[in-house]
Design a binder for this molecule. Structure first.
Ligand SMILES: [Zn+2]
Length: 249
């Protein structure tokens, strides 16, 4: 089986927090974890992060990982018109290409995994080769509109931080040929402590208590489970790849 570890690089919990700990603290930790196993991952970056922190994005590229696009400022693309989307994705791609001059940028993931129906037409026009935004339950709908030969790598939206998710992922790895796992650098940090230090910016009920998925078992549990899952996959002869590797196969 082939496993792609993918990470979305954006502002911490977009439109909730206004901080960048995921980039400044999370990315170096993720890179270290991947380096310990000598694995390459795929990093979907917003244009605004590449503009604000080009050195972090270049350090990812420099270590041989794949850089892909994730919107300009993490917009909800399914609420926008064709032209608005095209403009945002085009400037996202341009900024990423100017930041990472050694890489060909061919992949896209819609913020919140909420692509507009016409996404593939835009990706084709802008020279992308694959997308990784379509949830499995929506695949049939999008397959019908994919006249553009954009390859879809459906991300598995299940968190290894929760015991049941971890158990499910282990089984999934054994049963599938291609698995696209999906993480945020903030998960490798203790997001609970971080959010509580940002109390003044939060609506504690709406942004924190109602959304425990944002912070429960981040930090230590995430690191332990991630290490364990990688070791498990390697022991079952799993091969870790970037999404670009799968296109070139
Ligand atoms: Zn995102």
């Amino acid at each position: 089986m082939k496993i792609a570890l993918t990470f979305d690089i954006e502002r911490d919990i977009p439109y909730v927090l206004d901080t960048y700990f995921g980039v400044k603290v999370g990315i170096p930790k993720i890179l270290e974890l991947l380096e310990n196993f000598n694995l390459k991952g795929t990093f979907f970056c917003t244009g605004s992060i590449a503009k604000k922190f080009p050195e972090y994005i270049r350090s990812i590229e420099h270590k041989g990982h794949e850089i892909a696009c994730h919107g300009l400022n993490h917009e909800r693309l399914n609420k926008l018109t064709f032209n608005e989307c095209q403009e945002l994705i085009a400037s996202n791609k341009k900024i990423i290409e100017e930041t990472c001059q050694k890489s060909e940028i061919i992949g896209f993931r819609a913020p919140y995994l909420k692509p507009p129906n016409f996404l593939f037409a835009i990706l084709h026009k802008l020279g992308f080769k694959y997308d990784s935004s379509i949830k499995s339950r929506n695949r049939t709908k999008f397959n019908k509109t994919n006249y553009y030969k954009i390859q879809e790598f459906t991300p598995l939206n299940i968190s290894l931080r929760f015991s049941i998710g971890y158990f499910f992922l282990k089984n999934w790895i054994l049963k599938n040929k291609i698995i696209v796992l999906y993480f945020h650098p903030l998960e490798i940090i203790n997001a609970k402590n971080l959010m509580l230090t940002q109390k003044s910016r939060l609506n504690l009920f709406r942004d924190y208590l109602l959304r425990p998925d944002r912070w429960i078992k981040t930090g230590e549990t995430f690191v332990t489970r991630m290490n364990r899952l990688i070791k498990f996959a390697l022991s079952k002869k799993g091969e870790f790849v970037t999404l670009k590797d799968l296109i070139n196969d």
